[in-house]
Design a binder for this molecule. Structure first.
Ligand SMILES: C[S@@+](CC[C@H](N)C(=O)[O-])C[C@H]1O[C@@H](n2cnc3c(N)ncnc32)[C@H](O)[C@@H]1O
Length: 219
């Protein structure tokens, strides 16, 4: 199997075997629920890019609920990718999924998607990396009028939330080597990419938001 692509988002291979269990212990099912909040906004027959989907729980829901034409599952961790593809083999679902090991640099210049999903991925990067690299590269692949579904942690005033988010970032810096030391203001940076926020819902006491951003119909 090809090895993990180690970029700014770290190396999640070591964490992959325990990732879902840890997430469930801390947050229950609320992080998965948050990721599925706006799946109903995805039109049928869409081409969908899922970036950093991890072990594939959200992929299962996308295939069950959205009836896509094509899904590109882009994941930088070989172990996460293996878990996601294994999940699909165990539970055959309708739909065409390409599992691709890599990060945004593995996207072809001519690839376009009706929908991009970034579930708990933007929080791995510094504001600088998001603004200069990740967001523009992903934005280029979004078709005119396309939707960008983001689910992620957001900056909060409450010290309890700041502490929990700080602990999570410290944990992933230690175990996965992510680059960031604090949560970037990703909604602001996303708004600078020529996409407009159309829907937003909070979860986990306001620590997490699920949002739909839309590209203009003419780019
Ligand atoms: C915090 S985990 C979230 C996993 C999953 N979305 C979830 O919520 O359970 C972040 C995931 O993004 C992947 N990742 C990090 N940087 C990436 C990149 N630039 N392109 C694709 N995947 C990336 C990691 O390998 C990891 O599986």
């Amino acid at each position: 199997m090809p090895t993990q692509v180690t970029g700014f988002g770290g190396n999640f291979d070591r964490v992959a075997p325990v990732y879902d269990a840890l997430s469930f212990i801390v947050f229950g099912r609320s992080l998965l629920q948050a990721q599925t909040t706006f799946l109903s906004a995805i039109p049928g027959n869409a081409s969908i890019l899922i970036v950093g989907g991890g072990t594939g729980m959200v992929l299962e829901q996308v295939l069950l609920q959205c009836h896509p034409r094509r899904v590109l599952y882009l994941e930088a961790s070989a172990r996460m990718l293996a878990r996601a593809s294994g999940r699909m083999l165990r539970r055959p679902l309708l739909g065409s999924v390409e599992f691709r090991l890599g990060d945004e640099t593995a996207l072809q210049p001519d690839e376009r998607f009706d929908v991009i999903m970034t579930p708990f991925v933007l929080d791995l990067f510094t504001g600088q990396t998001l603004a200069n690299t990740i967001l523009p590269r992903l934005r280029r692949t979004l078709a005119p009028g396309g939707l960008w579904l983001v689910t992620d942690f957001v900056r909060m005033e409450k010290w309890q939330h700041q502490t929990l988010i700080g602990l999570m970032i410290a944990f992933f810096r230690l175990t996965a080597g992510i680059e960031t030391q604090q949560l970037a203001d990703w909604p602001k940076l996303l708004s600078e990419q020529g996409v407009t926020l159309t829907r937003s819902q909070s979860a986990v006491g306001g620590m997490v938001v699920s949002q739909v951003w839309q590209a203009a119909t003419v780019s």
